[in-house]
Design a binder for this molecule. Structure first.
Ligand code: ATP
Ligand code: MG
Length: 785
């Protein structure tokens, strides 16, 4: 009607507008992918501040990644026309670290506690298992770590678990002991593991009501994105924070009787993909019961994808039971069809992806608007090889992470040892790194000394003269202890020499410990690259100081501990992004390649047999599909090198859930049926006799993959047969060393050896032009000549 429109509401559809403007104790926004949930949350924050109903400092918003938090903060600022200081927009973990840093002294920790990542936790568990010889009872590090994590996400600790455990079972008894020792080690080290960050904050609020009340008074509006993936501990945290303020403290009587903070949660049950980490879909399903009087808003218009992509997503997810049906729609039109591709191998598939990306790039899609998703990290190897060869610039998010490299962990351990003198894990890591002639027996002896004298590991080092070790070893330990003490002194806020930067501390440690010099003198060809990584870390500390002028060593270490895969995204980088489907949550790209759409990968073979597994994997597929704005590619390979061997791959069961007319199937050139062509075809005989791949598909020679054939009725029960029908099968092709063969892609070659049995027989072939290859005889496009 051309009237004045509030810029905070501009462009919103009616439902979105209701969600932004609603004022009440609790609001649930449930909606499918791309319907503007995150956008609405952002607008709501801006609206609360813009209308002066809330101060920025009264806002606590929880996002799924640090990067999403930064974006939200920026957008709120843009909507308000000024940066709003004092808002807490962060992940659950970051928010809890902030709270714990302030409050840790209440319960036996210090401000400078260490955050153990899963690698650190496992190192600790490994040592405990070894000490208790628990491995002989079948305990594995991964098994114990997983169980402890699961219990912590349910807010159980070793004691509460012990009360329910069956103590006639020696296994259980031993597990409880491991859990106890693990907890004790963390406490002694002044450290929290990842799950503790949430769990201990809940504990803090429950054990210290006046601390909880402080935060309840402060945060009057709490907003949570991706609520479907909260676990029980996170749910409990939200409940603690939203309780009414019952008592005013001495200096703030007015706040007594304050109602609980208003709570807004947004989510999509269909995108719950973290059940394996304890995410509980019930948190969203039961929201209305838990927060009586809650208002629910549904959003159905999708603003991200084309109709074809949405129809595919809707069709796939409608196969899950126990869900509220919601239909996403868009008014941007059908768009292009989905492109399907079947390659001969993972390399073949990767080549297709690289070629298509090159085409997209040529026609104006910048690399940064393209993403490639996969289910498992192992799939990146083939993709990376081909991308490098094809000169496609790319970044792997969360691959071998910079901060997980051994040399970076070493150097960080120095910094941690300085920041948190109680951290034995860090000290033990650097004790003989670089080599100082301090052996494992000495390392253990220091641990025993610390335990029996009830002092810290660092104290034990300072008192190493009392251990009766050789003079050289003793001196080496004392030198290291002195270096650490000096560095700790540097960061002491009470000292008079003024503030010191993280880079300065790091440089001191690197110089005096001789770490880089030792690397440079090493004979391992990788050492030079490692030394460069350490230099990169020095650069990171300088960058940190530039962005956080007053930032302390502890602030730096916190930032480092909390980077998640999706935080590595950089909009300005001009590269294609490679990531797992789990990392892709919440993101969107112009063009998306979803690779490895095969059984055993999607659904992953570990989840296929678990209750709820295939449904969760379907949601993962749904998440992947709905990241695409304009172009979606689904690809698979007929053979996949996985778990150390090459195996025949089957198309994912989820593919057939997409209406066939939405997908344009293409296939590897090496697999095309070329009638009477000059290219050597391996399986002509098979094909015409009805035993080979594609043979059961009637006519339609140009479309040889049976499941793409629209002439066939889409009968689900028929699927397994149709799947096998399209796999190339050489039957019992006899091959022995010395035979000559011809391969459709590699040309002629000589068989050097044949290994394996039955369907897993592998020919080791020296090709005349293409070098040596290993081929799975059953399905390789080869013939004997
Ligand atoms: P997901 O479930 O994947 O997290 P979401 O529901 O959070 O998705 P958003 O990321 O907020 O959805 O929005 C998806 C896209 O639609 C974004 O590009 C956003 O800018 C755009 N969008 C949202 N609402 C509107 C609107 N009213 N008008 C135009 N574009 C919109
Ligand atoms: Mg979102």
């Amino acid at each position: 009607s051309g009237g004045y429109e509030d810029p905070l509401l501009a462009g919103l559809n009616p439902q979105q507008r209701i969600a932004v403007e609603y004022r009440g104790p609790a609001l649930l926004i449930v909606a499918g992918a791309g319907s503007g949930k995150t956008s609405v949350l952002t607008r709501r924050i801006a609206s609360l501040i813009g209308t002066r109903e809330a101060w920025p400092s009264q806002i606590l918003a929880i996002t799924f990644t640090n990067k999403a938090a930064a974006e939200m903060r920026e957008r709120v600022g843009a909507l308000l026309g000024q940066t709003a200081e004092g808002m807490w927009i962060s992940t659950f973990h970051s928010a809890c670290v902030r709270i714990l840093r302030r409050e840790a002294e209440n319960f036996g920790f210090t401000k400078s506690f260490t955050i153990y990542d899963s690698h650190d936790s496992r190192t600790l568990i490994k040592r405990i298992i070894k000490d208790l010889q628990a491995d002989t009872y079948g305990f594995t590090v991964a098994g114990v770590a997983g169980k402890i994590s699961k219990l912590k996400n349910e807010l159980a600790d070793a004691d509460s678990y012990a009360r329910t455990a069956n103590f006639n079972d020696p296994q259980e008894e031993l597990f409880v002991e491991i859990f106890r020792q693990y907890t004790r080690s963390l406490n002694a080290a002044n450290a929290f593991d990842f799950d503790d960050l949430i769990g201990q904050t809940v504990y803090l609020f429950r054990a210290f009501p006046n601390v909880a009340e402080h935060y309840r008074r402060r945060f009057r509006h709490i907003l949570v994105d991706e609520y479907q993936d909260t676990n029980h501990a996170q749910y409990a945290l939200i409940r603690e924070l939203t309780r009414p303020v019952t008592e005013g403290t001495g200096f703030d009587e007015r706040s007594a009787g304050l109602p609980g903070a208003s709570l807004t949660v947004v989510g999509d049950s269909d995108q719950s993909i973290y059940a394996f980490r304890g995410a509980d879909i019930r948190n969203i399903v039961e929201f209305e019961r838990d927060f009586p009087g809650a208002k629910t808003v549904l959003l159905e218009q999708n603003y991200r994808s084309t109709q074809n992509i949405l129809t595919a997503a809707n069709a796939v997810i409608s196969n899950n039971f126990d869900r509220k049906d919601k239909k996403l729609w868009t008014d941007v039109g059908d768009g292009e069809k989905i492109t399907g591709f079947t390659g001969y191998s993972g390399h073949d598939e990767a080549q297709f992806v690289a070629d298509e990306i090159a085409k997209l790039h040529d026609s104006g899609t910048p690399y940064k608007d393209v993403a490639v998703f996969y289910r498992t990290n192992a799939q990146t190897r083939a993709l990376e090889e081909i991308f490098i060869r094809s000169a496609v610039p790319y970044r792997v998010l969360g691959g071998t992470r910079f901060y997980e490299r051994a040399e970076i962990k070493d150097v960080l351990a120095y910094l941690i040892a300085v920041a948190n003198p109680r951290d034995a894990l860090a000290l033990r890591r650097i004790l003989n790194t670089p080599k100082r002639g301090i052996g494992p027996a000495t390392e253990t002896a220091l641990g025993f000394f610390a335990e029996s004298n009830e002092v810290s590991y660092r104290d034990a080092m300072r008192r190493s003269t009392e251990l009766g070790l050789g003079p050289k070893v003793t001196q080496a330990i004392l030198d290291l202890a002195t270096l650490l003490d000096e560095a700790t002194e540097m960061i002491d806020p009470e000292r008079n020499a003024g503030p010191v930067t993280v880079a300065e501390i790091l440089t001191l440690l690197l110089d005096r410990s001789g770490y880089v010099v030792a690397l440079r003198a090493g004979r391992d060809p990788q050492d030079e690259a490692r030394a460069e990584n350490v230099e990169e870390l020095v650069a990171v500390t300088k960058e940190f100081q530039k962005n956080n002028p007053g930032g302390s060593l502890v602030d730096f270490l916190t930032e480092v501990s909390l980077v998640a895969a999706a935080d590595e995204l950089d909009d300005t980088s001009g590269t294609v992004s490679l990531m797992t489907l789990h990392t892709a949550k919440g993101l969107e790209y112009e063009a998306v390649f979803l690779t490895g759409v095969e059984e055993d990968l999607l659904p992953h073979r570990m989840s296929a047999s678990e209750p709820g597994g295939p449904a969760e994997e379907r949601r993962l597929f749904y998440v992947g599909i709905t990241r695409a704005r304009k172009r979606l590619y689904l690809s698979l390979a007929m053979t996949r090198a996985q778990y150390g061997e090459t195996a025949v791959a089957m198309p994912s069961r989820y593919l057939q859930e997409i209406p066939a007319e939405l997908i344009d199937w293409r296939q590897s050139p090496g697999m095309a049926t070329s009638r009477g062509g000059t290219q050597p075809r391996a399986l002509n005989a098979n094909r015409s006799s009805g035993g080979g791949f594609a043979s059961r598909t009637p006519s339609r020679a140009s479309d040889s993959l049976s499941f793409t054939d629209r002439a066939l009725p889409r009968v689900k029960a028929e699927w397994p047969n149709r799947v096998t029908a399209q796999v190339r099968d050489n039957g019992d092709l006899e091959l022995e060393p010395g035979d000559r063969i011809r391969h459709t892609d590699f040309g002629e070659g000589r068989v050097n050896a044949v290994t394996g049995e039955g369907t897993k027989r592998v020919a080791h072939v020296q090709f005349d032009a293409a070098g040596s290859k290993k081929l799975l005889i059953k399905i390789a496009p080869i013939e004997k000549i």
